[in-house]
Design a protein around this ligand. Structure first.
Ligand code: XIL
Length: 404
């Protein structure tokens, strides 16, 4: 609120001052005044919103007690997936395999990275195989992410399927894209048969810009909106034992995009499309007071349809808690409440963090003011309250089940 008052006041001073100046024909002074005020606004906004902040790490006093704890044993006992994305080497680290029982490769299974040297339709599975086999050797479940992802396969992305299609005559493009998409689904599923049993079959199908609509992308443009159903039908025909998920990022669980995604899932179910689950990404980037109850209600919409749900890409930025006495503690408690909400629904099967240690965080590359620091471990691999709170939640959940 304070910032809004400051900005409105500065703007009012500039506008009124400039009008007066212009009126008395002091144009140069008016220009200087506008310029000066813009600089002031920039400094205030930078300081309040964008300047990286640091918070006191009081949790460091407790880390020696937390270090030997093991989250995974409780997750395994209650048959709940607790997952993370590893860089690669981390999978061998006991800190990873003692705390997680599920892995989602961050990029290795996406279409672009699977194409050999970027050549469309030619495959190099070596890095993906290495990661998947390392995970399986540690008895971790692997989530396959993802077969068909329009946002990542369009202009200037990897792969740029639109540019590739332009190398064909117009009338051939639909056929070319259909062949590539189908052969990609079949090739990848056959390659990982028996090793990856859960796939995000289609990722991010709804638009968050044109809320209420299916995302306009290269697939919907050339194959029609039915590309989503067709991907599920084909994947199921390759291996009917697979769990096929539709994965989506929802920022506001009460808006038109949230409704359109639920409607899409309902239509797929009603048309007997073989969909088994819904992935809710849960990148929580801005403040929302009702995120936990909103998650709970939103998850229920899908579990009421008989579908499984997983929270697939969880990260809650530390910066969101900057009004709290101890932001690290507040972040940890928030995670534990969110995980409790998932566990409370028998069809909500797991939660995956989109990262492992704060040393490497995908949103650090985006223009979000730091600190993001959303994970269990800090850059020095010290466990944070997020780790301890999730440990307590899973332990409590295990103990209350065994007591019954
Ligand atoms: C992100 C990765 O973390 C980045 O490394 C990559 O450059 C872009 O993709 N939703 C998704 C994930 O479904 O695949 C995205 O992962 C994050 C948003």
């Amino acid at each position: 609120m304070g910032i809004i008052i400051i900005i409105v006041t500065v703007i009012a001073v500039v506008v009124i001052g400039s009008i007066v100046m212009i009126f008395i024909k002091k144009l140069r002074k008016a220009g200087l005044m506008i310029f000066g005020s813009l600089i002031i606004i920039f400094i205030v906004v930078w300081d309040l919103f964008f300047k990286p902040k640091q918070y006191e790490k009081t949790y460091l006093q407790n880390v020696s007690e937390w270090k030997g704890l093991n989250i995974r044993q409780y997750a395994d006992s209650i048959v709940f997936y607790i997952g993370a994305i590893p860089g690669g080497t981390e999978i061998g680290d006991p800190l990873f395999s003692n705390n997680f029982n599920s892995v989602t490769p961050e990029n290795a299974l996406k279409m672009g990275p699977l194409f050999k040297g970027g050549s469309i339709g030619e495959y190099d599975f070596s890095s993906a195989d290495k990661l998947v086999d390392q995970a399986l050797a540690k008895n971790l479940r692997v989530r396959g992410h993802t077969l068909v992802w329009g946002k990542q396969s369009d202009m200037f992305k990897n792969p740029d399927l639109r540019k590739w299609l332009e190398t064909f005559p117009k009338e051939e493009r639909t056929m070319q894209l259909k062949e590539l998409t189908d052969s990609h689904i079949v090739t990848v599923l056959n390659h990982f048969r028996g090793r990856i049993k859960t796939w995000d079959c289609v990722n991010e199908p709804t638009s968050f810009i044109k809320k209420g609509e299916i995302e306009h992308n290269v697939y919907s443009e050339y194959l029609g909106e039915n590309y989503i159903a067709e991907a599920f039908i084909l994947a199921h025909s390759v291996d009917s034992s697979l769990k096929l998920f539709l994965n989506e990022q929802i920022t506001n669980y009460n808006d038109k995009q949230a409704d359109s995604f639920a409607e899409l899932v309902r239509n797929l179910k009603n048309s007997n499309v073989p969909i088994n689950g819904v992935g809710i990404q849960s990148h929580i980037l801005t403040k929302t007071d009702t995120a936990i109850i909103d998650h709970q209600n939103y998850i229920k919409i899908f579990t009421d349809m008989g579908l499984e749900v997983e929270i697939t890409e969880l990260d809650i930025r530390l910066r969101i808690f900057d009004a709290a006495k101890d932001p690290y503690d507040a972040q940890g408690r928030y995670y534990s409440r969110l995980i409790e909400a998932c566990i409370a629904n028998p069809l909500c099967k797991g939660v995956t963090f989109w990262g492992f240690s704060d040393d490497k965080c995908w949103i650090d590359n985006y223009p979000f003011p730091k600190p993001n620091e959303p994970y269990f471990f800090d850059p020095e691999m010290k466990p944070k309250p997020a780790f301890y709170e999730v440990y307590k939640t899973l332990k409590y959940s295990f103990e209350s089940r065994t007591r019954k």
